[in-house]
Design a protein around this ligand. Structure first.
Ligand SMILES: *[C@@H]1O[C@H](CO)[C@@H](O)[C@H](O)[C@H]1NC(C)=O
Ligand SMILES: *[C@@H]1O[C@H](CO)[C@@H](O)[C@H](O)[C@H]1NC(C)=O
Ligand SMILES: *[C@@H]1O[C@H](CO)[C@@H](O)[C@H](O)[C@H]1NC(C)=O
Ligand SMILES: *[C@@H]1O[C@H](CO)[C@@H](O)[C@H](O)[C@H]1NC(C)=O
Ligand SMILES: *[C@@H]1O[C@H](CO)[C@@H](O)[C@H](O)[C@H]1NC(C)=O
Ligand SMILES: *[C@@H]1O[C@H](CO)[C@@H](O)[C@H](O)[C@H]1NC(C)=O
Ligand SMILES: *[C@@H]1O[C@H](CO)[C@@H](O)[C@H](O)[C@H]1NC(C)=O
Ligand SMILES: *[C@@H]1O[C@H](CO)[C@@H](O)[C@H](O)[C@H]1NC(C)=O
Ligand SMILES: *[C@@H]1O[C@H](CO)[C@@H](O)[C@H](O)[C@H]1NC(C)=O
Length: 356
């Protein structure tokens, strides 16, 4: 898209449609073959100096904290934190896979303002993260030249929930800067050129064009979160943090403990709960985040396993700390149900799902 000169903005959109199909070919969508939803990331490059809170409202991200977490900014960063023009901010987006394609799940919803055009919205306002024909399709727009001030548009951002080479990853939609190469991008985000090319259906690394949105898989931490927990599948990218369980729990992901998610009580005031429930591991003196050395080669950690209507679930994860040997986090999920009947639990899960 960067091959188009700014003057083209003045041309009628129908002519642009013709031109763009000859100058650049449409990008393949991100492959998303699982039938699930998950969190995914896109890299927004603000065209103008702005603030985190304006970016939060543009992308309709529920909490500022989740933006801070995926950018590894301190939790105390203020809403009006300045974001300079042309700097990249990671945005967490809810992803949904449908018909083999991943798209942001009916967000963000952008309201057309005076003098907007679809090309401008796609390439400037959303920094080229989406191509305008995809906005046309997603919103069933009959005439791309006719959009109305105040009209709401769903901006379908590219995303994916697929595993890559059998590993859990966080997919990141990266807008290739002019002059960058597939090799550089792979090195920057801890992946390989081969993986990037396969994921993005490229046969030649030289075919990368500035402005192309690449599906970049980021290393994610393994976790013990139960598949019945509302935050399942909880994937956190290397070097980031998230708050979960109604804000009671903070989890980080980095190279320590072989990329196993590390969680602890957040100390924040919860949402939906008056106070945070107990975070003690069952039949243990350990509390969430605490570890104890069991023997020469093993260590128990009280790990986060999800939440339900009233509880935070924990599990004692046994880790093998001797290098070279198999990881033995036996994963015996000793979930702390405290006498709940299965029926009650299922009922609670349904209620949680409905309120989300
Ligand atoms: C991948 O590229 C080939 C040729 O370039 C094309 O035929 C095929 O449809 C593409 N697949 C996807 C999923 O875009
Ligand atoms: C952000 O807001 C605080 C108070 O709300 C103010 O003191 C500070 O100057 C503002 N910073 C910027 C960069 O606008
Ligand atoms: C942002 O980057 C574009 C091209 O990459 C450049 O033309 C523009 O001047 C830059 N804007 C600022 C404010 O640095
Ligand atoms: C978009 O948001 C507005 C209010 O912010 C709401 O009225 C409208 O229904 C939303 N549109 C869609 C398609 O979700
Ligand atoms: C950025 O600023 C330019 C003028 O400097 C303006 O035309 C454009 O609409 C602004 N973009 C956004 C997203 O506000
Ligand atoms: C994880 O992040 C650290 C620094 O933040 C980096 O040194 C390391 O290479 C990353 N690991 C992977 C697998 O991406
Ligand atoms: C357990 O972790 C909490 C905070 O996460 C800490 O305050 C406490 O000292 C730890 N206890 C032990 C025995 O390590
Ligand atoms: C680290 O984790 C990977 C996969 O999660 C496993 O194959 C490997 O054996 C582990 N290494 C150690 C030293 O535990
Ligand atoms: C894993 O740990 C369990 C008990 O914690 C032990 O019985 C088992 O032998 C261990 N497996 C390996 C491969 O070390």
């Amino acid at each position: 898209m960067s091959t188009l000169s700014p003057h083209l903005l003045l041309l009628p959109l129908s002519l642009l449609l013709l031109l763009s199909s000859t100058l650049t070919t449409a990008q393949p969508p991100f492959q998303c073959t699982t039938t699930s939803t998950c969190m995914s990331l896109v890299g927004y490059i603000s065209p103008n100096t702005t603030t985190l809170s304006r970016i939060q409202s543009l992308f309709q991200v529920k909490t500022l904290r989740s933006i801070l977490g995926v950018n590894n900014l301190p939790p105390s960063t203020p809403r009006n934190h300045t974001v300079r023009a042309n700097s990249t901010v990671m945005i967490p987006i809810p992803c949904r896979c449908f018909d083999g394609v991943g798209m942001s799940n009916h967000v963000p919803n952008y309201t057309v303002v005076k003098d907007d055009g679809l090309f401008h919205i796609a390439s400037q306002v959303f920094s080229g993260l989406v191509e305008y024909p995809k906005i046309v399709t997603a919103n069933n727009i009959k005439d791309p030249n006719l959009i109305l001030v105040g009209q709401d548009l769903w901006i379908p951002l590219p995303c994916s929930c697929n595993d890559v080479d059998g590993e859990k990853v966080v997919h990141y939609g990266h807008v290739a800067a002019s002059g960058s190469t597939v090799g550089q991008i792979a090195a920057e985000f801890g992946t390989t050129s081969e993986t990037l090319m396969r994921l993005n259906n490229m046969s030649d690394p030289k075919s990368l064009v500035a402005g192309q949105v690449l599906d970049v898989p980021l290393k994610a931490c393994s976790s013990s979160v139960s598949n019945s927990s509302p935050d399942f599948p909880m994937r956190i990218a290397n070097g980031t943090y998230v708050y979960t369980a109604n804000n009671c729990v903070m989890c980080t992901c980095d190279a320590t403990n072989n990329y196993t998610m590390q969680c602890q009580p957040s100390g924040l005031t919860p949402v939906n709960w008056k106070t945070c429930p107990t975070m003690q591991c069952p039949e243990s003196s350990l509390s969430l985040g605490n570890s104890t050395t069991q023997s020469a080669c093993s260590r128990s950690t009280c790990a986060y396993a999800g939440f339900d209507k009233d509880h935070i679930l924990t599990t004692l994860a046994v880790q093998n700390t001797c290098p070279g040997s198999e990881d033995n986090s036996s994963g015996a999920l000793e979930i702390h149900w405290r006498g709940w009947s299965l029926a009650m639990v299922l009922f609670a899960m349904i209620m949680i799902q409905r309120t989300l």
